[in-house]
Design a protein around this ligand. Structure first.
Ligand SMILES: [Zn+2]
Length: 403
């Protein structure tokens, strides 16, 4: 009885178990109850453990590096400078580099976004080979505290005017913080080497690490494939800590206009891959250094793929995977190079909802099949499905057409 109830719930809400489709991402960070917020503030200390003065101290330290330029992109509502670091090796010409933008701490209570961002800065400024190679290949612009007033006032999400500056980008008269960052983005897009990746750093009360993936309905197939490629690359460097791309799917019902990612998409489309990253906002958060490492390696893996493909990642990124017959009526067989170790696979519908999860732990040896009639005799309906195959080092999607 217990089992059949579980199956019933699963059939009704498959997405709740393995992923979720979110039309309005206003709550992408989650909204904790007041008690949880108060607890985290108390546990972490004033300003959730990292206030504006802490930033000023760190800026003094970072500024000592010959690879850093500290500038203000403008003043916040209460007149605080909004500082930005530019980190690169200036002995190497910019024309050989990629430009990346990272901004953090939109929502003051999400201090973990600061810890991850600070670890990214530490890697870039560290004297190890990794940091050197990053500085010679990239120009990083980092605004570690986009909402300094909110941090100082200890507001969990808002700026000094009580506005959520994450979702204020489409307002007729946006807040000063939005105007400053937007103007900076626009300015950098006029450079010979404009921004290619923009990351918006948050942290979520649901206590998971994930990217807010954009469905092709709100972007394009190419764009969503670029995001899959990027998230898959980051994920491959921390697979037991970061959720796969389908964990949080947004924009399935179209393109909103109010987020930083909306601005990037509406103004620069596939030229800039813009994503929100959510770290963990809970007492078991941590591994900031490992996360920063995964993000930086993901950036580098991704740009290698995109650059070699000349900005046209093929829509079918599964070219070495064969599905037959396709279209199919009851059963479809899938074959791939058996050297690739398949870790898991699942099938989603057009909206990204989970339809079928292949049994874990099976040895597939380059072959698997999907019978569209389940054990209860229920047949999935006709339409387009995606088989998502998770290999050790990448995620591949195969389009399946059910007749
Ligand atoms: Zn947030």
């Amino acid at each position: 009885m217990k089992n059949s109830l579980f199956l019933y719930i699963f059939l009704l809400f498959p997405g709740l178990l393995f992923g979720q489709i979110i039309d309005d991402e206003a709550n992408k960070c989650g909204i904790a109850d007041l008690k949880t917020k108060a607890f985290l503030l108390q546990e972490l200390g004033d300003h959730w453990g990292y206030g504006y003065d802490d930033l000023l101290n760190d800026l003094d330290i970072w500024d000592n590096s010959g690879f850093v330029i500290v500038n203000s992109i403008g003043k916040s509502t209460l007149g605080r400078e909004m500082y930005e670091l530019t980190i690169t090796d200036n002995s190497i010409p910019d024309e050989d580099k990629h430009r990346i933008y990272i901004h953090a701490r939109t929502h003051p209570g999400e201090v973990q976004s600061t810890w991850v961002t600070n670890e990214i800065i530490n890697y870039l400024l560290g004297d190890e080979e990794f940091g050197d190679s990053l500085k010679s290949s990239y120009i990083f612009h980092i605004t570690p505290m986009y909402n300094p007033d909110g941090v100082e006032l200890e507001y969990p999400r808002e700026n000094a005017n009580g506005i959520d500056i994450e979702s204020n980008w489409g307002a007729a008269v946006p807040e000063d913080e939005v105007l400053n960052l937007r103007a900076r983005f626009a300015e950098l897009m006029l450079e010979d080497k404009p921004v290619e990746i923009a990351l918006n750093m948050h942290s979520a009360y649901v206590c998971k690490r994930y990217f807010v993936y954009h469905h092709p309905n709100g972007t394009s197939t190419l764009y969503s494939n670029m995001e899959k490629e990027f998230i898959g690359a980051v994920w491959s460097h921390f697979p037991d800590g970061i959720e796969p791309y389908y964990y949080y799917v947004s924009w399935a019902n179209g393109t909103p206009d109010k987020y930083p990612e909306s601005w990037w998409w509406m103004n620069h489309a596939e030229n800039v891959m813009a994503l929100t990253y959510e770290d963990m906002n809970c007492s078991s958060a941590g591994s900031y250094d490992k996360t920063a490492f995964a993000i930086l390696h993901g950036i580098s893996d991704y740009l290698e793929v995109v650059t070699s493909a000349g900005y046209s990642i093929p829509e079918d990124i599964s070219m070495d995977i064969r599905a037959y017959p396709n279209p199919f009526s009851d059963q479809v067989f899938i074959e791939w190079n058996p050297d690739k170790d398949l870790k898991s696979a699942y099938i989603t519908d057009m909206l990204g909802r989970l339809v079928y999860q292949l049994p874990a732990g099976s040895a597939y040896n380059g072959k698997l099949s999907w019978n569209s009639i389940d054990r209860n005799g229920i047949k999935v309906s006709r339409g387009i499905y995606f088989l998502n195959m998770i290999f050790e080092d990448q995620i591949k999607s195969v389009k399946l057409v059910k007749q």
